[in-house]
Structures are given as structure tokens and as C-alpha cells.
Design a protein around this ligand. Sequence first.
Ligand code: FMN
Ligand code: SF4
Length: 431
Amino acid sequence: MVFTPVLSRNWGDADSFTLEGYRRHRGYQALDKALGMPPDEIIALVKESGLRGRGGAGFPTGLKWGFIPQGTEGQAAKPHYLVVNADESEPGTCKDTPLMLANPHVLIEGVIIASYAIRAKHAFIYLRGEELHVLRRLQHAVAEAAAAGLLGELQIVVHAGAGAYICGEETALLDSLEGHRGQPRLRPPFPATHGLYASPTVVNNVESIASVPSILLGGAAWFSAMGTEKSKGYTLYSLSGHVKRPGQYEAPLGITLRELLDLSGGMREGHELKFWTPGGSSTPLLTAEHLDVPLDYEAVAAAGSMLGTKALQCFDETTCVVRCVLRWTQFYAHESCGKCTPCREGTYWMVQILTRLEAGTATEADLVTLLDTCDNIFGRAFCALADGAVSPIVSGVQLFRQEFMDHIAGGCPFDHRRSTVYADQLSGAGA
Ligand SMILES: Cc1cc2nc3c(=O)[nH]c(=O)nc-3n(C[C@H](O)[C@H](O)[C@H](O)COP(=O)(O)O)c2cc1C
Ligand code: SF4
């Protein structure tokens, strides 16, 4: 498959993050084109391209922009806002941060175009506070764009959150941006009509917005010629774990993990793939049987999982699935915002049971209780964090029940040192 990278095309340049460096790669030419078009034509173009949100759910971007009420009455008369979701906190998900670091101007250009299309005069980029280096880079890029007169009337605020996974959920993000504790809001009403400050708001992922300039320049037909029937275009896949060359791989939707592993040198020497996540830790696990599943929204769903954020975490046969699932569950218990009972209490108890399982002190009844707890959480909590928390547990037990039973019978059979990156330097680890 031959593919010329778009989003990552200038990442190797020493000055890729500067205005000058970006301009060398046709930077801000899409903006010139966009400003010569009526806003609704841009929305129609993005719809026609088939671009779907890259934040996890795959909602059509142009359709979302089209929900913003336009006119002079009611909600439409209120200020419109664009909010870029740069929270990126899902374990394994690591595409937006390198994108913003290497090429912040492609995001800024997308922000200006999207704001023009939805008639927003204020745009916010909501980032995790710990990412000070990204914050500085974005602020620098916004200042460069402003000094070059590219923003017009638009104000872009780069906002640093305090660092919470739940603040990536779009309504919790809006609450946090308004200065409240970040907790999801009841819907309806939806952000399209009652978002930031109860005004019409589009919330889009970094990669979604950064894809817009290329659609303006290349056209809807160019973009939709890539990908599969219902999942169009190119995207960033993040490979991590026991692969030889982890990192970002830009490719059309529909590529398979087998092809991506070929590009990344494969699994580490002498080891084989045991299980993987297609889209971060909240998507059900898959195995080597699924190496040829096209990585698009439909095919991954048909295989029993979700494409999510395309964070492909690959684990080899040295990895204990019980330990791995426990670590993820500890994360979700820590990040549960506490608003609803199934998630707040359930994630706590799941950690207790998984801890016993890993320690070899659990019983078969514990395993039944664990699955029963998952069953009582899934679909019954206030937001999707809780559904994500049970996904690795349920799929882990479905795929590796015997491994859970072995832990009950005789404790953990794994030497965890063998799954570390320094395994081959340890004597007795038998890497
Ligand atoms: C717990 C949780 C965390 C989320 N974290 C993020 C995130 O960090 N970044 C993101 O873009 N979307 C995240 N989402 C999805 C957002 O709610 C929303 O769907 C997305 O920002 C919409 O953008 P898109 O249409 O461009 O994908 C999260 C959802 C949930 C339930
Ligand atoms: S599911 Fe969890 S994170 Fe979501 S609202 Fe309930 S307690 Fe908060």
C-alpha cells in the first residue's frame, strides 16, 4: 500500500512547529481557500468528505457542525464556540500530543477554518495541565498566527486543565472549562445547542480538526477515496507495547494490525502477539486471530470491539492478562469522577477482586462476582467511562478464562520481569 503522510508529513523537519516551517508545506493555504467560501459550503464539504471524529466515537464531523443553530433568534443568537478536546488521557492513546508538539499550526489552521464555518468568534483548546511543553508550544503557535494576522476576529484560548481522564468526556470538559468540577452533564440538551456557557458549541478532537485543512486543499473526493466504505480518509495509529518500533503510523482507515506490525518491525524478537487493544484500554481486547481485521469502525465492531482512538497496545505471551487488566481497572477506579454509584462503587470493588485474583487468593465465586459486577455496571452508569472500565475485564475473561482459573488454582504463573523492555538484560528472566 502506498500512502503519502498528511498530518505527519513535516514531523521530521527541525522547524516543523514554526509558522515558517508549516508554510513550507502549504501551511495556511487551506485557510485562504476557506475564507473565499461561504461557511455553509465548508460544512457541506466536510460532510461530503466523510470525516468522522477521531476522539473515539467516530461521529461525522460535518454533521456535528451542521447541528449548530444559525440565525438571529433563540439559541442561534448566542455566541458560538469551538472547543478542541486535547485532553488525551486514555491509557495507550498518544496521537494528539505528538501531533500538537510536531505540528501545532495544522491544528490552529483547522481551528480557524472550523470556527469560520460554525460562526464562532471564540475557540478553546483544552489540554491536560501536566503537558506544559505542549501548552507552551500551542501558545507560541497561537501567538505566531495572531502576529501574522491569520486569526482575524477569532480569539483562541489554550486552556490547561488540572489533569483528569473524565475531563476528556465532552460535557465534563465543558464544566471544567467553565471553572466547575469536571463531571459529565445530563443530556439532552446537547452541546450543539447548550454547550459552553449554555451556548451552541462544537467539541471536536485534535486530530479531527487537524484533518480539516487537508480536506479543503485536497477536496472531499480525494479524502473519501482513502479508507473503507463508511470509514473514510487517513488517520494516526499509535502502536505501543511489545513491538519493535512503537510510535505513530499514519495510514488510511482499514489497514490491518498485521500490516502495521510489518511497518513497525513486528513483535519483539522471539515473541508472539498474545492480545491487543484496537483503541485504548476501554476497547475490548482482541487476539492474534484478529490480525487481519480491517481497522475501521465497522469491521472492528463486527469483531466484537471498537476502533476507539486507534491506540494499538500490543502484548506478547510474557504478559499476564490478569495483571494487565488489574492495572487498567486501578486507573478507572482512580479516574471515576464519583458522580454515579455503579461506577464509583463498582470500579472500587473490581479492583479488590482483581487484586485477589492476581495474588492467587481469589475463589471461583470471586470470578462470578467480578463478571456480575461488570454486568451491573455496563450500560447502567452515567457516562461511558464505566462501560470502558468493564471492557478489558469482560473480554479478558472471555478470551483467557483458563488463565484466570490458573490464578485461582495456584497463583500467578508468570515471571513479570519477562515482559519488561529490559528483560533480556536480566539473568534468570529467560527472555
Ligand atoms: C471518559 C471519556 C474520556 C474521553 N476522553 C477524550 C479525549 O481525551 N479526547 C477526545 O477527543 N475525546 C475524548 N472522549 C470523547 C469525547 O466525549 C467526544 O466524543 C469527542 O471529543 C468528540 O470529538 P470528535 O467528534 O472529533 O471525535 C472521551 C469520552 C469519555 C467517555
Ligand atoms: S460513569 Fe463514572 S466517570 Fe461517568 S459520571 Fe458515573 S462516576 Fe463519573
